[in-house]
Design a protein around this ligand. Structure first.
Ligand code: GLA
Length: 385
């Protein structure tokens, strides 16, 4: 008798818990038109199938990713009123990514994210020449870097997308056949997790990242200078006029680069400072404070008081490039015909330091055969009221 009563109590408690949890998260219709997006992305490029893949969780967070460049095309999160808000820049169709000026919107970047000075490096006695696609330097793996390649779709379900790519020996000038795997995972804790793995058959250099452009007021809004930013970095790389690190990292204390305590991005962005001038704003490598060298520590927090949306960045990488959208000038027209103006987005690209292949004192980016490259970055979304 007692056992039955207990079972009845447990059963009603379970029902209560189910009712409570379903009433806290009301599933909303998607603001992404999946039929239109599928039509705009499903194509064959260089004999390979391109498509668009959706991830969704129970809190109405949605991500759309194309395997063309492994690009995050849309990232929808609820704002403080529950309104779904797309917070990344991008284009409405595949053709736009292929035809418009390159800004690396949402893309996976490789084989080497960021710059390599004079588009060349030495490894094991050999000199490797890369394409100079950024003044005298190589940027983001070259013109046909990973952002412009069709990735193979290994697996897709509602919560994750696994992509792989074989970068052949000599592609964009880099040595070794590099096999790369990237797993995008959307969790119920509103985390977009990106796991990177790579292996090679010849010594090479590797520095993988994602180049999402965020505007927490919603993509297409005018500016991000009103966002509050914290970067967990006591040092940053001062750069020359071509944005190559000029020697060892320097202290942020007492400079416009001190984001150790949250402040508005716009607060010192126009300061009369040689480093701000070199970057035309912020476009610098911040050296993260780490608990241990590969720990998945917090790197940054961003907050928009307009939407209340917060973004925390965690990474195993030693550094992060904070780019304040200085090269955006209103000429790129993005999703929903939005004009992407000066500083209308920011990037937080987790990475090893720029130009590491030429700067032996920086943490190494060399990958040897038989070793595994592994890196994880998590973007976590929430609201602050
Ligand atoms: C990175 C670079 C910037 C710029 C953007 C793309 O963030 O550091 O200088 O090239 O990519 O425009």
């Amino acid at each position: 008798m007692k056992k039955l009563q207990l079972m009845a109590i447990v059963a009603s408690a379970t029902i209560l818990i189910q009712c409570t949890s379903s009433s806290t998260t009301v599933e909303q219709p998607s603001i992404l038109d999946s039929t239109a997006l599928q039509a705009a992305y499903t194509q064959t490029v260089n004999g390979k199938n391109v498509g668009i893949y959706f991830l969704k969780n129970a809190n109405n967070v949605e991500v759309a990713i194309t395997n063309y460049g492994g690009r995050v095309v849309a990232l929808v999160v609820p704002d403080k009123t529950g309104t779904p808000t797309d917070i990344v820049l991008g284009y409405d169709s595949l053709a736009h990514y292929q035809n418009r000026n390159e800004a690396y919107f949402g893309a996976l970047i490789g084989r080497y994210g960021n710059r390599i000075a004079k588009a060349s490096f030495n490894l094991n006695g050999n000199t490797y020449q890369l394409a100079a696609n950024n003044g005298p330097n190589s940027l983001h793996g070259g013109p046909m870097g990973f952002h412009n390649q069709v990735w193979d779709v290994v697996n897709h379900d509602d919560h994750s997308l696994t992509l792989s790519y074989l970068s052949k020996d000599g592609e964009e000038g880099y040595p070794g056949n590099l096999t790369v795997k990237v797993i995008y995972t959307l969790t119920e804790a509103n985390e977009l997790k990106i796991d990177y793995e790579a292996s090679t058959d010849k010594a090479t250099v590797v520095n993988l990242t994602n180049h999402a452009y965020f505007n927490l007021n919603g993509q297409g809004n005018e500016t991000i200078t009103d966002h509050e930013l914290m970067i967990n970095a006591s040092k940053y790389s001062a750069v020359d006029s071509t944005l190559i690190p000029a020697g060892a990292p320097v202290a942020v204390a007492g400079t416009p680069f001190d984001f150790t305590t949250a402040k508005l991005i716009g607060k010192e962005i126009n300061t009369d400072d040689i480093q701000i001038k070199n970057g035309l704003g912020y476009d610098h490598n911040f050296v993260l404070n780490k608990t241990t060298s590969n720990a998945l520590d917090k790197a940054a927090t961003v907050f928009s008081s307009v939407t209340g949306i917060t973004m925390d960045v965690f990474t195993t990488e030693p550094a992060i490039q904070f780019y304040s959208g200085n090269f955006l000038d209103g000429t790129l027209i993005g999703k929903g015909n939005k004009k992407y103006g000066h500083r209308s987005a920011f990037c937080l690209e987790t990475q090893h330091y720029p130009d590491s292949p030429n700067q032996p004192d920086f943490p190494s980016t060399v990958l040897e055969p038989g070793k595994k490259y592994q890196s994880t970055t998590i973007y976590t979304f929430g609201v602050r009221k």
